[in-house]
Write a protein that binds this ligand. Structure first.
Ligand code: GLY
Length: 348
């Protein structure tokens, strides 16, 4: 898999003009959802005026085959060829679906991601995972197909509400935990209530480099890319539970609570230091609050973890840490330890 070019900029129009002048393509297409069409597209509309604009409905509920068909049809009916270029402007839903449209249209066209949420800047838009949901199964259909270029501009974050900023920051905390103590400490000291966008841009780039470094070693998640699943075994289970209970939560909040559970397991099984666990716990409680589940939900959470697509031979697999940056993949735990983890997340 080829390496993506990552461009960090605060001058969107200049950067885009330069980028487009370097690339050879016959027709340009720009994909947004209805939110980014309103909030973000105006910032780049003039520079991309030659492009045909496709808009799709927003939200993960719409990340399905019908929306994908609409994008394919729009590309086809407006003359896209194998040499056309697609620019995805949006959060993870747009970059995942748009990336998959690009990966499959005429067996693959070039595309650029312009992530507009913190979550998509540090995670979805980089690393080459593209795809759509199949009914309630998230990202069930997809392909590894990296964007040619990812343009990262924190100006877009001015349009993002605090909850979504905090949600995206959970993936950055995860990257901090799997990288170095220094980067983790920088993140823990960042003021999310009064974010300095220049400082955030630097932290975002560091976060992306952490992910890129891992993806380069294992693009298709056979081994070390599983490090990026830290916090996600419990996090995904909780996200599904919350959805089923009619109280959906943002992905990053579920990941933050998942991190606490999985750091607790890391402490139990791999000797992750108690002081760092305590530090993370008080940070997550302060910034993300606490999840709402009770003992009555334990069986369902356990079953959801058992059906995680990352498991092997029906056994729940976790990514754990021996310390910050000391990654242990493919770890198991007993049912008792997992229930103890749930107690810890709920009660602490
Ligand atoms: N979101 C985790 C990964 O890209 O592997």
């Amino acid at each position: 898999m080829t390496k993506q070019r990552i461009i960090s900029t605060n001058h969107l129009s200049e950067t885009l003009s330069e980028l487009l002048s370097e690339l050879s393509y016959d027709r340009l297409f720009v994909l947004t959802d209805e939110h980014t069409a309103r909030l973000c597209y105006p910032l780049i509309e003039q520079t991309l005026s030659e492009g045909y604009h496709i808009t799709i409905p927003a939200g993960d509920d719409n990340k399905h085959i019908d929306t994908l068909c609409h994008v394919w049809e729009e590309l086809s009916s407006h003359g896209a060829t194998r040499h056309s270029l697609l620019i995805n402007v949006g959060g993870g839903m747009v970059t995942d679906l748009g990336g998959f449209a690009a990966a499959t249209y005429k067996r693959g066209i070039h595309y650029i991601n312009m992530p507009t949420t913190l979550l998509s800047m540090v995670d979805a838009a980089v690393g080459g995972k593209t795809g759509i949901n199949l009914h309630s199964l998230k990202n069930e259909i997809g392909a590894f197909c990296p964007a040619d270029t990812v343009v990262v501009c924190s100006t877009f974050l001015q349009t993002l509400d605090t909850a979504n900023l905090v949600s995206g920051f959970a993936e950055m905390l995860k990257h901090g935990l799997i990288s170095t103590e220094e980067h983790w400490a920088q993140l823990m000291h960042f003021d999310l209530n009064n974010p300095d966008l220049a400082e955030l841009q630097q932290l975002i780039m560091e976060s992306i480099h952490t992910k890129e470094h891992i993806v380069e070693q294992d693009p298709t998640e056979q081994h070390i890319r599983k490090a990026l699943n830290l916090g996600h075994t419990l996090g995904h289970a909780y996200e599904t539970l919350a959805m089923r209970h009619g109280t959906p939560c943002l992905h990053g909040y579920a990941v933050a609570w998942g991190l606490i559970g999985e750091l607790y397991l890391s402490h139990l099984r791999e000797g992750f230091p108690a002081d760092k666990l305590r530090q993370m716990l008080s940070y997550i409680k302060e910034v993300y609050g606490t999840p709402s589940f009770s003992c009555a939900d334990y069986d369902e959470l356990y079953e959801l973890m058992k059906h995680d697509k990352k498991n092997v031979a029906g056994e729940i697999r976790f990514t754990l840490l021996g310390n910050i940056g000391d990654i242990r993949i493919n770890r198991t735990a007993t049912r008792e330890e997992i229930l103890e983890m749930l107690d810890f997340v709920r009660e602490s």
